[in-house]
Design a protein around this ligand. Structure first.
Ligand SMILES: NC(=O)c1ccc[n+]([C@@H]2O[C@H](COP(=O)([O-])OP(=O)(O)OC[C@H]3O[C@@H](n4cnc5c(N)ncnc54)[C@H](OP(=O)(O)O)[C@@H]3O)[C@@H](O)[C@H]2O)c1
Length: 314
């Protein structure tokens, strides 16, 4: 099916027609990104690993926001065959893709939720990273949970991006890739000085080097050496996954100068990933990713945004 050249937005305006994929679109920030993009006239493929959760999310957007340009497709970012099926579907149905929002992620610790709530942490303590010591009692950094975190947050993003790049290259409006990052990605939070220096030098990085660093991280975790080796104390697997998401964003931006590829911290948003401790609404958290998904073709690329503000974290 060919895409129509124009579509009416919720407020009746005409926008040149674009197709977007959002990963992890069934709840939280991803769900709101889908809603806001659809309200701007973009045809949104809301993806979720669970079919029922995804279809319910599409139905909620259609019902609550009176939008009909959101469709569901199953996508588990950890599953090669699921990723390939999505790429085949987009190719046969639309023939190209304009926007990819890599939003899906997991937090990478096994948490004692009751213990966490009892700590009664304020937002500042949480986001500053200073809570790491008290959180040691309620967070467990198990090998399996950390492995799943890296496989979802970094390898999942890479898997989906690589599968959809051939379709993004065909975008007539100019492809946009938006990768969800986090405050946890800031290099000042990396105690290992040598690695911190390396991470700030984009010229030396490619996917093979990222994989080597992630393997070292997993070895150090297995051998109980995280602290000794200088990995981040607060949410180590999550932090490392987001540090390499920033690198991957810059690698893609350098490799595909015709695209706009950026990463964004949505803010401290009240969602399941932080046990609903966040202070912003998902609607507020979605504004940065949506802004980057709709950048003009001469907009910034290879940059990090804190919500809608460009900042330097490397
Ligand atoms: N909330 C914050 O304060 C905050 C701060 C900084 C960065 N972020 C980033 O913002 C993004 C969205 O997070 P959120 O706050 O909206 O969290 P959330 O409500 O927990 O949503 C995470 C989404 O990722 C999906 N997901 C997890 N594993 C997946 C997989 N293997 N395949 C496909 N989807 C998968 C989840 O699906 P299920 O429902 O099936 O689990 C869910 O839809 C994440 O990248 C997160 O790191 C959030």
């Amino acid at each position: 099916m060919e895409k129509p050249s124009h579509v009416a937005t919720a407020d009746g305006k005409q926008a040149s027609h674009r197709i977007a994929v959002v990963t992890g679109g069934n709840k939280g920030v991803g769900l709101e990104v889908c809603r806001q993009l659809a309200a701007q006239g973009v045809t949104v493929i809301l993806t979720a690993r669970d079919e029922k959760r995804g279809k319910d999310a599409v139905e909620s957007i259609c019902r609550e926001s009176n939008l009909s340009n959101v469709v569901f497709h199953q996508l588990d970012v950890r599953d090669d065959s699921s990723v390939a099926a999505l790429a085949r579907h987009i190719e046969s149905r639309y023939g190209e893709l304009d926007i990819l929002v890599n939003n899906a992620a997991v937090v990478g610790v096994a948490a004692d939720e009751e213990g966490l709530k009892a700590l009664n942490l304020d937002a500042e303590t949480w986001t500053s990273g200073r809570a790491a010591t008290v959180l040691k009692d309620v967070f467990q950094n198990t090998y399996e949970v950390a492995r799943d975190c890296l496989d979802t947050n970094y390898y999942g993003c890479k898997r989906v991006t690589e599968a959809l790049l051939p379709l993004l290259k065909l975008s007539k409006s100019g492809a946009k890739i938006v990768n969800a990052s986090s405050l946890a990605s800031e290099l000042k939070r990396m105690p290992n000085e040598e690695l911190r220096k390396d991470l700030s030098n984009i010229d030396i990085w490619d996917e093979a080097r990222i994989e080597a660093v992630l393997n070292t991280f997993m070895d150090d975790l297995k051998n109980g050496r995280l602290e000794e080796a200088g990995w981040p104390a607060m949410l180590p697997a999550y932090s490392v996954s987001k540090m390499v998401i920033n690198l991957y964003t810059r690698i893609l931006a350098r490799r595909y100068p015709e695209m706009r590829v950026n990463c964004v911290r949505p803010g401290f948003v009240r969602t399941d990933i932080n046990w609903n401790l966040g202070t912003l609404t998902p609607e507020q958290g979605a504004r940065g990713p949506v802004m980057l998904a709709l950048l003009p073709q001469d907009g910034p690329t290879g940059c990090y945004f804190d919500q809608t503000e460009m900042v330097n974290v490397w």
